[in-house]
Design a binder for this molecule. Sequence first.
Ligand SMILES: Nc1nc2c(c(=O)[nH]1)N[C@H]1C(S)=C(S)[C@@H](COP(=O)(O)OP(=O)(O)OC[C@H]3O[C@@H](n4cnc5c(=O)[nH]c(N)nc54)[C@H](O)[C@@H]3O)O[C@H]1N2
Ligand SMILES: Nc1nc2c(c(=O)[nH]1)N[C@H]1C(S)=C(S)[C@@H](COP(=O)(O)OP(=O)(O)OC[C@H]3O[C@@H](n4cnc5c(=O)[nH]c(N)nc54)[C@H](O)[C@@H]3O)O[C@H]1N2
Ligand code: SF4
Ligand SMILES: [Mo]
Length: 696
Amino acid sequence: MDTAVASPATTTPSDDVRTVRGACPHDCPDTCALVTTVKDGVAIKLQGNPEHPHTAGVLCTKVSRYIERNNHAGRLLQPMRRSGPKGSGQFEPVSWDEALDDIAARLKALACINPETIVPYSYAGTMGLVQGESMDRRFFHKLGASLLDRTICSTAGGEAFGFTLGGKVGMRVEFFGEAKLILIWGSNSIASNLHFWRHAQAAKRAGARLVCIDPRKTETADKCDEHVALLPGTDAALALALMHELIVHDWLDHDYIAQQTVGWEQLRERAMQWPPSRAAQVCGIPESQIVELARAYGTTKPAAIRLNYGMQRVHGGGNAARAVACLPALTGAWRHRAGGVLLSTSGLYPVDRAALQRPDLLAGRTPRTINMVTIGDALLDTANPIKAVVVYNSNPVAVAPDSGKVVQGFAREDLFTVVLEQFQTDTADYADYLLPATTQLEHWDIHYSYGHTDVMLNTPAIAPRSLARSNTWVFRELARRMGFTEPCFSDNDETLVADAFQAGSIDYEDLRANGFTRLNLPDAPFAQGNFPTPSGKCEFYSQRLAAMGQDGLPDHVPNHEPAGSSVAYPLAMISPPARNFLNSSFVNVTSLRDIEGEPLLEIHEEDAAVRGILSGQVVRVFNERGEHRCRVEVSRRARPGVVNGLGIWWRKLGLDGSNVNQLTSQRLTDIGRGPTFYDCLVQVEAVAEGAGEGRA
Ligand SMILES: Nc1nc2c(c(=O)[nH]1)N[C@H]1C(S)=C(S)[C@@H](COP(=O)(O)OP(=O)(O)OC[C@H]3O[C@@H](n4cnc5c(=O)[nH]c(N)nc54)[C@H](O)[C@@H]3O)O[C@H]1N2
Ligand SMILES: Nc1nc2c(c(=O)[nH]1)N[C@H]1C(S)=C(S)[C@@H](COP(=O)(O)OP(=O)(O)OC[C@H]3O[C@@H](n4cnc5c(=O)[nH]c(N)nc54)[C@H](O)[C@@H]3O)O[C@H]1N2
Ligand code: SF4
Ligand SMILES: [Mo]
């Protein structure tokens, strides 16, 4: 048996009780600091670290169940080989040596002919730099495999911010507590950014006004002073109308605009085409609400915007993020540390990706790039076939759009599929080899965050359960079997932790002592301009976009599938996360699934009434891409014309073996090649009692 495993922090004499500091690995802006209590080598308690200011000792409901997840009866504990038909989920146990020898031999045979027929597929099952983007990338770079464009979440907004502000940069989260007006825009903070919500609450207690801009009346909207329930994909129209009002009422910081921005005259002209009456039509909200919102934004200082990714999962998502990113420069909100906008802080971290990922191992080769959003089409492409996929840190069969095609692709008999997983997910069912992965309690890692500005260290608390092994271990072992001799393939996890940030850029001593360390950043980064754009200014007009043949100014770009544009599919469906799941993670944790119940579609009473739909019925939701059955709730959380299908269920744990992504499309965003999950028209109808309720 192979023995090279992550070593727990210290040796454990029996009845020794100790605590180990870690970091939450999940794809969440909060990147909480964890403290695990270990007794006799067993994790018995997991809490938020009270010493970490951002975490403040509090974890979300999901991760407070992490030990239940870790010790789950469904944890994969043994390498397995497919023993039944593709997709049947039937496996037989094999040894690690057998599995790795055969996988290496099969990849080698494919690589000899054309390494681009091999595709890695990974996302943020763990956000850790070590288990998420180090040895794996080195392995595929050396192999010359196809590159993966990791676009499934944040590239539309992220690249849009890059064009406008110069990167994923913005306000520091702790200063939201000092703001007097907070726009929570495309974010269900209570569900998906809980520790930001703490600061928003502090601001509210100090007299701030909170406004939530979201088609769904979320639990966050419930707790704000105002809810702007616009139609999905209309945020740029709203932002342009706000600019119109700022201009007309002269709520502008002329000095800031003159000194720190590019393209003011052009933007002014564009915004003047968007009077509130026009935006009200497009957004499906009252004109007066836009006028009032503009007044509040133009006259309250400091005003802060927490933009999140919910508003960029539509055709015009990039333009919408650009439009919102322009607002604080118009009012000079950046002058104050509690003013500005925050989408993501990840661009503030000096991560040394070249050292971690070693793109130099490509040695001049330029393999094709596969967009992970369109994996369905890519797997079905016969002209440039994919012959092997190695999936880790992701569950594409559940999370990628247009799952009818994704399933068809993974079901190909001639596709060789390796899945590294903690659980037998929908994707794992299609594996030829299913390899058991460690959890965050069992491996080393180091983390940046996209919601705060601390670096986090994760020290393993316990030994891996049974034969589970870390991603880095698997790729090291595969590299050895492929005959890759570069010394970088022998780096252990602690070396990778030490090399993750640019030399001298973070305080490793502080990190080791406390489990977290602060980046050294100014309070108000753009008070004097200094944007990391080519001009050093906020680029209302982007020369770089114009050079790519795109509109240099932000504009409203209608949805691919605009609300009201189809008679057959009259309802717009968005599919934001259910609060107690994290993407498709935790759906198999019984105590959390019990809270969510069954896959749910929220519908407004008017839309329900005309269809004769009653709360609690099973409905068929469908469009030309497929159909999905779920429970319906006639709910004040849905606005007229929009239904909310909460995600992301494991298909096999749903009502009919599908989930909402059966309906979503593979079409991309205007900027960033991102997914358009929330740009999706459907029809809904009640299903006769008793039909289609058998669990698949
Ligand atoms: N509990 C929980 N937390 C999570 C996750 C999870 O699955 N569950 N996922 C994590 C991940 S990967 C990410 S990327 C983030 C996602 O978190 P967010 O960035 O906040 O994004 P979403 O949850 O997709 O959407 C947020 C809100 O945007 C709304 N929305 C949908 N369409 C539009 C629109 O066109 N305009 C506007 N203004 N709003 C719109 C949705 O109704 C939703 O309430 O959260 C992370 N945190
Ligand atoms: N309809 C709809 N679809 C969506 C979204 C939506 O809002 N609506 N959200 C989208 C977004 S924002 C995102 S980010 C994607 C997320 O999509 P994914 O990144 O695929 O996220 P998860 O579904 O959580 O799957 C991550 C998997 O990684 C596994 N994992 C965790 N840690 C490790 C590890 O250390 N090693 C290995 N080998 N595996 C590990 C977990 O068990 C889990 O099954 O989904 C997207 N899909
Ligand atoms: S999922 Fe988010 S809120 Fe929950 S523990 Fe992890 S980082 Fe914190
Ligand atoms: Mo995401």
